[in-house]
Design a binder for this molecule. Structure first.
Ligand code: NDP
Length: 322
């Protein structure tokens, strides 16, 4: 089968399309024929070495498709079932395996492309808005990179809850998209001071929570956007890692809370995974959650997807098609 592989931490140009054997599902695993694979920033971190990878490796963890074969002891799925997962070992491929308990059903009315486009980012937006800091009606929040994959979904969810959503984005076009997704105030943070805009929009008080996936370039400003006892949710580092901080800063800036969550801890049990995935996929089926597929790219051209993502050229999701 064809798969996108890297032999070591490298730049996007070194991602190679290779022929490798179709993996064999072990006990408790299922083999899935991939119809669409989701491209996420975490794949960039593994490819580039920001996160340590077990090289050589096939990239990607998210995809949707049909179960081809199951290993021994699997009763939750059978060949032919439509499934999606964020736990594949190498989803940039024609086939991939995942633990059967990490597969979720794809409901009627949701295509493989939509499922691969929304599962990881949608469950992320869901746990951020409903579990890490459960937003309430009328509360103000700030979403950085509001026109990105997670960002567009988080703006929609915040708006649906009835929160006041402030968003940042990196160009006038992206600002318009964030606004269309539900941001009441959208700020081009490459030009304008987002701290001043947030303070102005909240009569000087600040927001209750900041959802910050940009990291290095926004972290300090994000703390300044918070109301006393507000919550800083750092959930990514698209611009680079945040350097170590002195906890005393949380005191000085208003008894703030800081958390650095990851989706895998918010979908750790089968029960929570199913609850969260069905909340997201059912909302897509009901047309309550709009999934913006920025581009569908042939598997062989996967390197382009990473160049676009790292180059801040995307809005919404890139999906790879084997
Ligand atoms: P996005 O679609 O949001 O793409 C990243 C965006 O970040 C860019 O489009 C860009 O938007 C913004 N950005 C700002 N500065 C930079 C920079 N220097 N280089 C590149 N991008 C920059 O990606 P995803 O939706 O896939 O992921 C968003 C973030 O959320 C990532 O950091 C990812 O790691 C994180 N994440 C964390 C999870 C968790 O559970 N902790 C789960 C899923 C994702 P703009 O031009 O508008 O600034």
């Amino acid at each position: 089968m064809k798969a996108i592989r890297v032999s070591e931490a490298c730049n996007a140009d070194e991602m190679r399309l290779e022929d490798i054997p179709v993996p064999e599902p072990k006990a408790g695993e299922a083999l899935v024929r991939i119809e669409a694979a989701g491209v996420n920033f975490i794949d960039v971190y593994y490819r580039s070495g920001t996160y340590p990878g077990a090289y050589p490796m096939t990239l990607g963890m998210e995809a949707a498709g049909r179960v081809e074969k199951t290993g021994t002891g699997v009763t939750s799925v059978k060949p032919g079932d439509r499934v999606a997962s964020i736990s594949f070992t190498g989803s940039y491929a024609e086939y991939a395996v995942a633990p059967a308990e990490k597969l979720v059903p794809v409901p009627e009315g949701v295509s493989a492309t939509q499922a691969a486009a929304v599962l990881l980012q949608g469950m992320t937006a869901h746990y951020l808005a409903h579990s890490t800091y459960p937003l309430r009606k009328g509360q103000a929040c700030l979403v950085h990179a509001g026109a990105g994959g997670v960002g567009l979904l988080l703006c929609q969810m915040g708006r649906r809850i009835g929160a006041r959503v402030f968003a940042t984005a990196g160009s006038p076009e992206k600002v318009a998209l964030a606004r269309a997704a539900g941001a009441e105030v959208a700020i081009d943070y490459t030009k304008d001071d987002f701290v001043a805009a947030v303070k102005k929009g909240t009569d000087g008080r600040g927001v209750s929570v900041v959802y910050d996936s940009v990291g290095k370039t926004t972290f300090d400003g994000s703390l300044d956007c918070l109301e006393p006892r507000g919550t800083m949710v750092l959930f990514g580092q698209s611009s680079g890692s945040v350097p170590p901080i002195d906890p005393q800063i949380l005191n000085k800036k208003g008894s703030l809370f800081l958390t650095r969550p990851t989706l895998f801890h918010y979908t750790a049990t089968r029960e929570e995974l199913l609850e969260r995935s069905s909340a997201v996929l059912d909302a897509v089926a009901r047309r309550e959650l709009d999934v913006k597929v920025f581009r569908e790219i042939p598997l062989a051209e996967a390197a382009e997807s990473h160049r676009l993502l790292e180059g801040r050229k995307t809005t919404g999701k890139i999906v790879l098609v084997p």
